[in-house]
Design a protein around this ligand. Sequence first.
Ligand SMILES: [Zn+2]
Length: 244
Amino acid sequence: MLEYCLNCDYENEIKPDRAAVTVTVRGEYFEVTEEFYKCPVCGEKFTSSLGHDALDEAYREYRRRHDMLQPEEIRHWRSHYGLTQIELSRLLDWEAATLSSYENGALQEKSEDTLLKFIMAPQNLLNLITSKPHILNVEKQNQLLAQLSANKTVAKHVEQLYTIYSPPNKLGEHSEENKQNISYEPFVQNGIPVFANTSVPVKTLIDYFKGGKSVNNFLDATVSREQVMAFLSELEKQIIKPAM
Ligand SMILES: [Zn+2]
């Protein structure tokens, strides 16, 4: 909201208006919303950095189109491992300003996006940290290596259980408890295992773990924490007492 016109003597509140505009990003067109102020007296148009950012909207859409990471995904992933922007930049051989600008909405190059996704896999981050032992302090390095190894183990175990559960005709061999949590619906996601009463494949949870994400990242409106925990408990039973 503007308090006065920046062009004439009009001194009154000017409310923002919105209009559809076409923005070009790397040669592609995006229909986005532009927010602006129009003085009722002189007709002068202003934009404000406080309002809706049309370019930001276009960048977000560009990233969706090209399956690229959004700024908050980069930031959340980095924070998840307790890495500072400087530490992660040094691990990547990037200027600290580069990472900072991506986390704040600048549009990354495809090659940089590919590199980020690559090191988001716990095994790759683990290798990177191991190959550059002088960047993190010893305490942080040890804690991260432990965290990354644990993720790797969980991902391996979940994958193993997924393999056990995959053939629908084997469902009957597993516990009643877990049947309630994973269902096989022939017409849901082509009959692949999904969490009961949802269309969320069990494989998605595995992919989250493989990507270094946590249960909290995975939970959404459709799959409950109880379903995930019941599934992981069942997994634990299968891995620890495979003969039962
Ligand atoms: Zn004016």
